[in-house]
Write a protein that binds this ligand. Sequence first.
Ligand SMILES: Nc1ncnc2c1ncn2[C@@H]1O[C@H](COP(=O)(O)OP(=O)(O)OP(=O)(O)O)[C@@H](O)[C@H]1O
Length: 265
Amino acid sequence: MKPAVMMDRHADALITRVSLVSPAEPMFALHAASVHFGQPMRAVRALTEVTLSIHPGERVALVGANGCGKSTLLRLLHGLLAPTAGQVRSVPNHCQAMLFQKPHLMRLSVQSNIALGLWLRGMPWGVSRVKALEALARVGLSALALRSARKLSGGQQQRVAMARAWALQPQVLLLDEPTASLDPHAKREVEALIEEFAQSQGGGRGMTLIFASHNLGQVKRLASRVIYLEQGRVLADLPVHDFFSGPLLQQQYPAAHLFVKGEMV
Ligand SMILES: Nc1ncnc2c1ncn2[C@@H]1O[C@H](COP(=O)(O)OP(=O)(O)OP(=O)(O)O)[C@@H](O)[C@H]1O
């Protein structure tokens, strides 16, 4: 069987293939990229003139208050949105997967949900189902392979979504608040999987991980770099250690410092 249609734009393991540039280039390079929604006169400015580069193997956390543009930036990086102005470039021949806060699973078995992502890329159905089982074993859900995916708990569904991404072996994993709706136990399980995933993929350099989170503990645990957004603009872009160094942030990035203080309360 060959895929007749491309995967839904909002599926959580959509792959984006991108055009060739030099391998020495950053994984992503944004230059004055803006995203505005709606009519020009009354547009919502979700992102305004964002310029940044993300290199292979980096683990980037996007933080900021509700509505500051984190999801929009992730969707822009994943190719789900085009910039209204400016440029977004990305590396050659890599594949990437995105996970959302609420996984988009089909009314199919767990195994078929994972196999579908592979089949849509052209893998024969029988092979896709075998690969799906391997991916399920990686996330410790082999026993649930034949269960209906939509009937699983939130934490289990997120692990299925992780397995679906895992099966694709992406070099870039984008996550939009992947543990936001989970209880502490499920949160820890999914975080551990993200960590394992990040270390095991990416051809020895580790995976490029880009995630939005309101959980600063999680940011400390998973990120190497933190990008702080406010009203669609990048106001701080620092190594994780510097971001959580109180005096430095307070002196040089007062807005980010106030945000961190507020979140820590
Ligand atoms: N499809 C859309 N149409 C119109 N406005 C949108 C759309 N998507 C996002 N926005 C607006 O763009 C701004 C940024 O939204 P975005 O979802 O990127 O923020 P966020 O930082 O991810 O928020 P949260 O932390 O609540 O998830 C918000 O004002 C939002 O209302």
